[in-house]
Design a protein around this ligand. Sequence first.
Ligand SMILES: [Zn+2]
Length: 391
Amino acid sequence: MPLSFQILATGANTGRARRGRLTTPHGAVETPAFMPVGTLGAVKGITPQELAAAGASVMLSNLYHLALRPGVDAIERLGGIHAFTGWRGPILTDSGGFQVFSLEGLRKVDDGGVSFRSHLDGSPLRFTPEGVVNLKERMGVDVAMVLDECPPWPIERSAAEASWRRTLAWAQSSREAWRGNGGGLFGIVQGSVFPDLRQRAAEELSQMDFDGYAIGGVSVGEPGHDRRAVVEWTAPALPEGKPRYLMGVGYPEDILHAVSQGVDLFDCVLPARNARHGVLFTRGGVLRIKNARFKEDPRPIDPECGCPACARTSRAFLHHLTRAGELTAAVLATLHNLRFYLDFMGEIRQAIELGTFEDLAARLASSSEEPASGLEPLAPVTFDPNEQVRS
Ligand SMILES: [Zn+2]
């Protein structure tokens, strides 16, 4: 079954924001939606059941990591990616372009693809646009991302243009290789912080008629105003009736901004990675649970949250577990942060339907605690295989 996308509402006072539904072979995704990142097939620290209970309707996974270990042959023999991981909802797989291109010194790009060495054992591998599409079809993913080249920031115009040209050619090869037996294929707009490259890529990809379109090459260390500008140049240039996905973003403020520009899908390691560092998102702003002021704080993490952690765990207990380096601290914090992000997306969807989207943005701006955008970035600019950057 191919993908289909319906726009259900474009409320008043919501800019270009839209409330939609992406239907996939493994169920529907109500948009705007946040896709938790399960790099190796699971979101770190929690079970597939807990992920579903938190309200996730789609999980993101990473071809680069799965192709290295356990390998696509093994996943195929075990019945495909859904049977293998136990996640029954839709799965989107990134190609690993971001990971591969961060393997400085371990990779070599040519017009046909990218050759690299595994960060695990040094074994040589090669990704081509056609090969990546084939691997994803064999795994049975619901949404496959094309292979792209994700340039670093900052980058010279000439280098950005060469990479941009190659990414467009790869998109064309991917589109031709896609058999469309199940799920859908998304193209990826690159072009760094150059508006004309972004707009031309959006136009050329639109003509290739993908099932959806992603804005890539952001969250690579650029300042927030550049990231927002890229979204403003690109999102309106993409086809109205297809889903739009902003890759690797981000903070709640960035998500709200992108939704206002008509973006439908998001993924980011922020909620889960911050959870493992004791940084919790709440409706009042960000809490650093290791802080001494939480030592005897009997309140839940966020009194308005309905997650399993907030139902029973005090800030004092989570402070204690986090300080002690107890595994359970990461589990509870991850359950909370994911639920926060997923609830936040639910509030966005409702606000678009009700025409109250601007109120949501105003409320976020008036949070009493530290704003999330004030967090020092936890995402390093380059790929550290042990810390797993974008996805
Ligand atoms: Zn909670």
